[in-house]
Design a protein around this ligand. Structure first.
Ligand code: NAG
Ligand code: NAG
Ligand code: NAG
Ligand code: NAG
Length: 382
């Protein structure tokens, strides 16, 4: 595994170099900015998380007028940005020709037919605290996709944006456009709702601030190594899945243990509501600041002392009046090997997740922000 891993890194670096060498990086403005911030919104019907960026530009007197507001579903594993271009009209759009060096460098990232191009993207700088000033990425690559691909996406959204470890993904493009010192680092604060503000994508190196009390530095996070394409089994994170899916054997063990612990807390079981298999009457469960007072779930990582602790706010889902279910889904036990645990959005809300996809890929995560009287819903424009 080690050798294929290094091979992958080598390939990746080379492609980035090819793709980006024709553009000089610009410094971020104002001086003192640590990186770029994008908001995260949640559509609480479709349970999808999306961000908003401004794409394109006019000409002459209208040169500063943004042409398209792109509301893009966030896909942690997506390789590039795609957008439905039916209403896209921008004077600064440039196609990337099939067969060109850039197209080759973007291999596997949508550059397979006409419809791959680049344009100005406007994003905002941050100091880890507030949103400061508009900055432009002059040549952000993206793919124009047909409108049928929008089926299944929350209404009001018009594409998807990828955060994967590719040269065309958002973190890579931003880091290289502004020559950020740690080009493989980004952090997510995924909100549970937008009622008191929006969540955050930080493409920067911290510290990260969350009012009223939270200041989080990378060094304070619990970390676990990220493996690149390790094959079968293992755990994945997936922002486009609303709930965590477990292989049947793990799911059954979890539910059975949860029932036992729930009984000691006198939680009353009720008929389950699909897709969930363990539901309770909310009248029999008390509330705490980390959500309902249910047994905590520990996702144990590389060793017993390294775990992700999941409280009621992230484990339970309200499915109807007075009924709450354990928000984990049975992923089946198919004969084909597959990922054993796929962590979904509900379980990632209100934690700081910092991804470092550099030479020693790792995930850093905080404890629940709810413990700090904070959440991932916040206003950052002052
Ligand atoms: C969804 O959001 C709307 C508007 O903010 C709010 O009124 C509603 O209660 C939310 N629904 C859920 C299930 O959180
Ligand atoms: C969320 O998505 C659903 C499904 O596409 C849509 O019906 C609803 O209007 C969206 N809500 C908002 C506030 O955009
Ligand atoms: C939150 O979502 C609702 C419905 O989706 C929307 O009307 C409202 O403007 C959003 N709030 C913020 C701060 O974006
Ligand atoms: C959170 O709020 C509670 C009650 O208001 C307080 O006792 C506690 O010290 C606060 N915790 C932090 C970390 O600020």
């Amino acid at each position: 595994m080690a050798s294929s891993y290094y091979f992958y890194v080598l390939l990746f670096s080379l492609a980035v170099f090819l793709f980006l060498r024709s553009y000089a990086a610009k410094p971020l403005k104002p001086a003192g900015s640590t990186g770029i911030h994008l908001p995260i919104r949640k559509n609480n019907t479709s349970l999808q998380y999306y961000t908003t960026v401004e794409m394109g530009s006019g000409t002459g007197d209208q040169v500063n007028i943004v042409k398209t507001i792109a509301n893009l579903i966030i896909d942690l594993r997506g390789q590039f940005l795609w957008l439905n271009c039916d209403k896209y009209n921008s004077k600064s759009y440039r196609p990337i020709r099939c067969g060109s060096t850039k197209c080759k460098a973007a291999k596997g990232s949508g550059c397979v037919a006409d419809g791959f191009g680049e344009d100005v993207m406007s994003v905002y700088s941050t100091d880890g605290y507030s949103v400061i000033a508009k900055n432009k990425v002059s040549h952000f690559p993206f793919s124009c996709a047909a409108s049928f691909l929008l089926e299944g996406l929350a209404s009001g959204t018009n594409g998807m944006i990828g955060l994967a470890r590719t040269q065309t993904s958002l973190p890579t493009q931003i880091a290289y456009a502004f020559k950020l010192p740690h080009p493989h680092k980004f952090a997510l604060w995924i909100p549970s709702s937008n009622k008191s503000g929006l969540g955050d994508i930080f493409i920067c190196d911290g510290p990260y601030y969350m009012l009223p009390t939270a200041k989080i530095v990378s060094e304070s996070l619990t970390t676990t190594p990220l493996l690149i394409n390790p094959g079968v089994d293992g755990t994945k994170l997936r922002t486009i899945a609303p709930y965590t899916t477990l292989h049947t054997s793990i799911y059954k063990a979890l539910v059975s243990e949860f029932f036992k612990k729930a009984a000691t807390k006198k939680m009353k079981r009720v008929m389950s509501v699909a897709p969930f298999g363990a539901c309770f009457s909310s009248k029999t469960i008390a509330s705490t600041k980390t959500g309902l007072a249910v047994p905590a779930i520990y996702l144990v990582l590389q060793k017993a002392s390294v775990y992700w602790r999941i409280y009621g706010a992230n484990s339970m889902v309200k499915v109807k009046k007075d009924v709450l279910c354990l928000g984990f889904v049975d992923g089946g036990s198919g004969s084909k090997p597959r990922t054993s645990i796929v962590v979904g959005g509900h379980q990632m809300e209100n934690y700081l997740l910092e991804f470092d996809t550099g030479n020693y890929p790792k995930l850093g995560f905080s404890s629940s922000l709810l413990l700090l009287n904070a959440s991932c819903s916040h206003f950052r424009i002052f």
